[in-house]
Design a protein around this ligand. Structure first.
Ligand code: HEM
Length: 466
């Protein structure tokens, strides 16, 4: 790791950041709209690990080095907030929930009430839902004459079932499918809006009207569950997340959250939990289908550790290779591949002046391919995540869940779900690429999505039903 990049006590005048594109940013807007990842990679090739550019007059800075990222997210996190353009774009959907909340006091209060229900210990109660729902999905695959399945759609429904059970103790029904459709619509519209944020969302274009409808559909889904729980007050002995959130009180004043805030948090958890895990598992099955050696090692591990059983949470430490497959998938196709901070005041990064008000973009798709930390970065290689290899790398070279005080609150939920679903499916099925299948490319929306979805042919690994 280069010590020159360490953030130092200022001794020489700060240099202006290298700039990409024209000062008005019009050329950048068009290039970003065409291919965002290509535009940003070209900037890195030309300028190194940090550069600025304008997007419709907005000052943007891309940072792509672990030292800079640690500085922004951890060491000097008080100098940054979430009033950045990306979060302003998604705020009409996520509102005051944890993900995009820029009001530090409110965020902290909410985080104190929510985080205790998503610790590794708290997740133990939810892990059974994850494997039970996976088994239900596999039962639906059974008996089928090896058709090609839309795995992204299958896993999307599974992820929604898991989140529905965990939050609401509910089975997926038509409203959940409407939620899935509405989320897909919002992701597409906001993804293209991020690449070129014009005209403003308040202008009633056709796609902005569609966005408003999609938000209303997601709201309807969430408020249905909340209303059913509070009108009349429920006397049920549910221990689902909704009940835990409704009963949460803040330690500082003994007060809980109001219904509007609860609604926003539940929606944030649904959105945070659904699409990210769906994309990760879709990519994992795709990568395994393309890499038979890794697939064989995974099968050996699950056969040895869980055999015919349904895995449970205590199996996870005994499934290190399964976890390495998950980690490597999250490296190559990090689903929450970009997030932002706004600089609250001027700052220094490696001798450069970072101006107050800059929108600082962190893109883990690009960071996870940084040639100084990843050899042959496009190669799928779970071995990168052995304990020795992980320790040899700076921690902030790999940030699929972010870092610092805004790190993903659902990280343990996600990793538990990813390992358990992968192990349950892999112990029973091999997922094959259809003959002549073309490579799948990532689509950079608000999340990183497999373009067109992953289509694979499930093949039972053992004849005996388990
Ligand atoms: C593979 C799965 C997931 C990935 C890759 C992921 C990624 C992330 C990232 C990168 C952030 C931080 C963004 C930033 O710093 O600006 C974040 C925040 C968040 N995630 Fe996740 N996430 C995943 C699953 C989940 C799950 C399962 C839940 C809910 C159970 C969840 C709920 C949230 C929430 C509420 C926040 C905001 C936290 C805060 O600011 O306090 N995520 N996630």
């Amino acid at each position: 790791m280069s010590s020159q990049r360490m953030i130092s006590v200022r001794s020489a005048p700060l240099r202006p950041l290298p700039r990409l594109g024209r000062p008005d940013g019009l050329d950048n807007g068009l290039a970003l709209r065409r291919d965002q990842l290509d535009f940003l990679s070209r900037g890195l090739e030309r300028h190194g690990d940090v550069f600025e550019f304008r997007l419709l007059g907005l000052p943007m800075v891309l940072v792509n080095h672990p030292d800079y990222i640690r500085h922004i997210l951890v060491d000097n996190s008080a100098g940054y907030d979430k009033n950045a353009v990306l979060f302003k774009i998604v705020r009409p959907v996520l509102r005051k929930g944890l993900i995009a909340n820029a009001d530090h006091e409110l965020w902290l209060r909410q985080r104190r009430m929510i985080a205790p229900h998503l610790t590794p210990r708290a997740i133990r109660d939810l892990a059974g839902n994850m494997t039970a729902e996976t088994m239900r999905m596999l039962e639906r695959w059974d008996g089928s004459d090896a058709p090609i399945l839309d795995i992204t759609d299958q896993i999307g429904q599974l992820a929604l079932r898991i989140v529905n059970r965990s939050l609401f103790s509910a089975d997926v029904d038509a409203t959940a499918l409407a939620f899935e459709r509405a989320f897909g619509e919002a992701n597409t519209i906001l993804g293209s809006f991020f690449r070129f944020p014009f005209p403003p969302l308040s202008v009633p274009t056709r796609s902005h009207r569609r966005l408003r409808r999609a938000i209303a559909e997601m709201d309807e889904f969430v408020s249905g569950f909340i209303k059913a729980r509070i009108e009349p007050p429920s006397s049920s002995d549910n221990t689902d997340l909704l009940t835990l959130l409704m009963n949460s009180v803040d330690e500082t004043d003994g007060r809980g959250m109001d219904v509007e805030q609860l609604h926003h948090e539940v929606l944030n958890i649904c959105i945070g939990a659904y699409e990210t895990t769906t994309n990760t598992l879709s990519w994992a099955f795709y990568l395994l289908a393309r890499h038979p050696d890794a697939e064989r090692r995974l099968h050996d591990e699950v056969d040895r550790v869980i055999g015919d059983r349904i895995p449970d949470i205590d199996d996870i430490p005994r499934l290190p290779y399964t976890r390495m497959v998950v980690d490597e998938t999250l490296r190559i196709y990090s689903p929450a591949y970009q997030f932002m901070r706004r600089a609250r005041r001027e700052d220094e990064l490696g001798g450069y002046r970072l101006r107050k008000g800059s929108n600082v973009l962190i893109n883990s798709y690009l960071l996870h391919r940084h040639p100084d930390f990843w050899d042959d970065p496009e190669r799928f290689d779970p071995e990168r995540f052995t304990p020795e290899n992980t320790t040899a790398r700076p921690k902030h070279a790999y940030i699929p869940f972010g870092s610092g005080h805004r790190v993903c609150v659902g990280k343990h939920f996600a990793l538990t779900e990813l390992v358990l679903v992968l192990a349950t499916v892999a112990s029973r099925y091999r997922l094959r690429l259809p003959d002549g299948a073309a490579p799948i490319t990532p689509e950079a929306l608000i999340t990183l999505h497999p373009k067109g979805g992953v289509h694979l042919r499930p093949q039972r690994r053992k004849a005996r039903a388990r």
